[in-house]
Design a protein around this ligand. Sequence first.
Ligand SMILES: Cc1ncc(COP(=O)(O)O)c(C=O)c1O
Length: 630
Amino acid sequence: MKCGKEERIVQPARREIKTAALSFPEREDQTLDPRDWEALRTQAHRMLDDILDYTKNIRERPIWQPIPDKVRMRFRSTLPVGPSSLTEVHQEFMNYILPFAVGNAHPGFMGWVHGGGTPVGMLAEMLAAGLNANLGGRDQIPIEVERQITSWMQKLFGFPENATGLFVTGTSMANFIAIVIARDAALGCDVRRQGVAAESKRLTAYGSAALHGCAGKAMDLCGLGSEALRLVPTDNRGRLELTALARAIKTDRDAGFAPFLIMATAGTVDTGAIDDLTSLATLAHGEKLWFHVDGAYGALAMLAPDLAPRLRGIERADSLAFDFHKWGQVPYDAGFILVRDGTLHRNAFAASSTYLRRETRGLAAGAPWPCDYGPDLSRGFRALKTWFTLKVYGAEAMGAAISRTSTLARYLEHRILNTPELELLAPVELNIVCFRYRADDSDRVNASIVVELQESGIVAPSTTVVDGRLAIRAAIVNHRTGQSEIDKLVGCTLALGRRITKSFTAAGHAAPKIAATDSSPRAKWESELREVESQMASDPFSLDLRFQRASLLSELGRLVDARTEYMKVLEREPYHLAALNKLGSVLIATGHRTAAGIAYKEAVVRHPDDSTSRVNYGNYLLEESERQEA
Ligand SMILES: Cc1ncc(COP(=O)(O)O)c(C=O)c1O
């Protein structure tokens, strides 16, 4: 090198390298690939057969079983230094891992919110592992597959074309990413260098008391603190209360805080409630706040035409988090974040490093890369199993599976309402049903019921707390679940409830108290029903008594009986105003919408001055047009 003056170039001292140390073995068997590919192929087919059989015969297995100590101890061994044969290790998997998993592929699994997976997703995951693609960046078709899914999701959720999307582990991570983008949008990108400690603004975010716990964790992770997330009360359907929210925002502004984000939920984890997304979007944008929707499992209800209208307003979100691994049945994990403004998304995560230099040609082309949209650099090919699932089954079948699980939830609701020993604890909005066995020491009795149900291996719900009461919580997410699993859940709960309350009583705990002696509205209706029925025995032709009986049956949730009774009233008096309207409501609740429309219309035609009939029929027509539009 020639510079102005002679420079002495300092060379590192040369180490003498023995050439023997550099002589690499030529043989392929020094790699980690098999020496005998044919033997591997045979073993691979066996492994594939075993796992396919597992899914095919899943109904014959217990959902879950307690792990024996001996099995647990097997997984406390030291790091294996020498090799084992693949056949042996696979056998270990079959004997000691496979039987002791959670069992969410089983149709009787109803705990938490777990998807059931599909064989198609499993095979795609195998291909992804074979390809061993790293989707952090670079010019490769796997990233185009991910972009394809982003584009499908843009259209599904009514987001614009410049919206960006990213696969992540799950909604916990997706919510975190959304909060970071919202934070940076509120504070400006300098916060990425200077940190929130340098900020004078104290940001506050808002969600309902039913918001998933990961939101508070995310606030903590991005330096804002979990207490800066204000949890606003919910209404009687578990939805964020708008007036309380507006009040909370104003109180914070008056106190010098800087509100920046509203987090709505489409399908709360406890009860499946869907916040009023349209009103929240209006409020958020009016207040100039970021509007995020946590649609972890509920967002994919968009695929089901009968449920999609309930998500109205989701298209106005600034960001949307959801999982394909829940209602989308894609094997774990496959979370997703969709962001309306791709530039803000990139601003929050893009970073330059010399070793990640982008080019316009070659492997380093194709910018922006997925690593510009989230915290991960190395990323697996989650998009492939999602792409396979959506292509092989099609959106219609996926939507039908989602819709079916919601119908099953309504069937479970119906069974609960028709079983006096059981009590429904929350309205059934989507596919989650919270209920309990009636007993004095109810929390303890129901906690024991759930543990025993899980240990039975027949059905596996989980628990939650609704209005301070422990609930048996059945989240029907799995596409394999059918009516027989719901019947088993009800049957086993009753059998266990009776046994457990008896054993508690024998052991000196409080005895169960079912309806008759309590002073709840239900007990009152039941006693009134008995009274009406005894009067009907001596006056079987009284129309009034029959109508009263129908109304009480309806209050008690015995909807099919109530329907029959209202029809009997109408057989005798076809224009009975209250019977027409009440029959309409029962028909809606039992899924007979067209017949409900006829009843409501008849009420309007026969009683044109009655405002209740007009409201009922008006609401019905509105919902029908929304359904058709959807
Ligand atoms: C409403 C809601 N948000 C967030 C999450 C967290 O999602 P993940 O487990 O995929 O991180 C869940 C999980 O059930 C959820 O139901």
